[in-house]
Design a protein around this ligand. Structure first.
Ligand SMILES: Nc1ncnc2c1ncn2[C@@H]1O[C@H](COP(=O)(O)OP(=O)(O)OP(=O)(O)O)[C@@H](O)[C@H]1O
Ligand SMILES: CCCC(=O)O
Length: 356
């Protein structure tokens, strides 16, 4: 008997939905959200009905009967630090996703949407898989320069691991046997040091750590941020938004769409060109840093995420990092497939992890 599994992936700039019949993709849809469209929502949890309507509209257009689904797997979520794996929705997981106990991120809506959409279908199951809070960091990587501010593992765990596995499969090896630097270049940018199947260090993509991205600030000069916080010109939510959703390309150029930035460069916009160069420069620096975490013994550098579609970014990155290790480009992401396959494994009887 075939299983029907729906994947839902709310990203910071998009909502992606895909349906699989066992391993076969039936459809995949992506709806982009402009910064203007998302601006009215004070908190990400406030986007729940907006995103739910988008998913329902896609399902109606694709003529999908919710009662025919066996599982929905949502990307998750800012819950407790947990090991990699698949977790079935339960009341505690619902609570922690809705509250965003480690902060706000669009992906927290994934599990909540999965759960809400199976409400009228008692035979279906709702899961999250390899959430952004997967934490395998080595002890030395957890220390920042002050004990009050330990470094946290918050990254594109699902896609980084899926691309690591895909690459290993392509070269006929096991992911667990490789050392890889994997850079996810999307709405957020995270660069992970993967040592034999564990992500031993990674920049925290959302809290102001590492390169800036489409809409995140990345690392900022700490003292300048502290002064701004006490200037009384900004509230805490405003400063947090600056860091996690209104920084990067968006703050510099008023758009989080790299395609638009590249069009502006073509029309001679010098500032857009400088920001584009700075984007690449900072990503390259982080890749260099993660290569030292692996003592320079890097089997490959893998570039993935929406920004990896840009030939301009790839060419410019290559010139800075190809001396480290062979570079492979996997544009976009394999998250939809990874979500569905994780759900399928559970339906076929694999043990599911319990969030507690
Ligand atoms: N063909 C392309 N050329 C250049 N840039 C692109 C292309 N396609 C997408 N992008 C850029 O990629 C970024 C979005 O990447 P992506 O879709 O991976 O983000 P997301 O899924 O919303 O968030 P995240 O990846 O952090 O979960 C945007 O800046 C977008 O303009
Ligand atoms: C917290 C996951 C990484 C990102 O979206 O930047």
């Amino acid at each position: 008997m075939a299983f029907f599994v729906l994947s839902i992936n709310p990203g910071s700039t998009s909502t992606k939905v895909a349906l699989y019949e066992d391993e076969k993709l039936l459809f995949s849809r992506n709806v982009d959200h402009s910064a203007e469209e998302l601006r009215p929502f004070k908190r990400i949890i406030d986007q729940f009905y907006f995103r739910k309507l988008i998913v329902l509209r896609i399902l109606a257009e694709e003529k999908v009967d919710l009662n025919k689904l066996d599982a929905i797997v949502g990307r998750g979520g800012m819950v407790k630090p947990i090991e990699a794996g698949v977790y079935e929705m339960n009341p505690l997981l619902h609570h922690d996703l809705a509250k965003g106990i480690q902060g706000e991120h669009a992906c927290s809506l994934g599990g909540l949407l999965a759960e809400a959409l199976i409400e009228s279908n008692p035979h279906a199951r709702a899961f999250i898989a390899d959430p952004v809070v997967v934490d395998e960091m080595q002890p030395v990587a957890r220390l920042s320069g002050h004990p009050l501010f330990p470094r946290k593992s918050l990254f594109h765990a699902l896609n980084q691991r899926a691309i690591g596995r895909l690459h290993a499969q392509k070269i006929g090896k096991k992911y667990e046997d490789l050392t890889l630097v994997i850079a996810h270049l999307g709405g957020g940018v995270t660069v992970g040091a993967h040592r034999h199947g564990k992500v031993v260090d990674v920049n925290n993509g959302i809290d102001g750590d590492g390169p800036f991205s489409a809409n995140r600030s990345g690392t900022l000069p700490a003292a300048a941020v502290a002064r701004l916080c006490f200037s009384e010109d900004y509230t805490l939510p405003e400063v947090l938004k600056m860091i996690s959703s209104q920084g990067g390309l968006l703050a510099h150029l008023g758009t989080s769409d790299l395609r638009e930035v590249e069009q502006r460069i073509e029309t001679g916009d010098e500032y857009a060109k400088l920001v584009h160069e700075a984007l690449v420069y900072n990503i390259a620096k982080e890749i260099g840093a993660m290569s030292t975490v692996l003592y320079g013994k890097v089997d490959a550098i893998l570039l993935t995420g929406g920004i990896a579609h840009s030939q301009q970014v790839i060419d410019s990155l290559m010139s800075k990092i190809s001396f480290i290790a062979p570079v492979y480009v996997y544009p976009g992401e394999d998250e939809m497939w990874a979500l569905a396959m994780n759900g399928l494994e559970m339906l076929r009887g694999a043990p599911c992890k319990v969030y507690e």
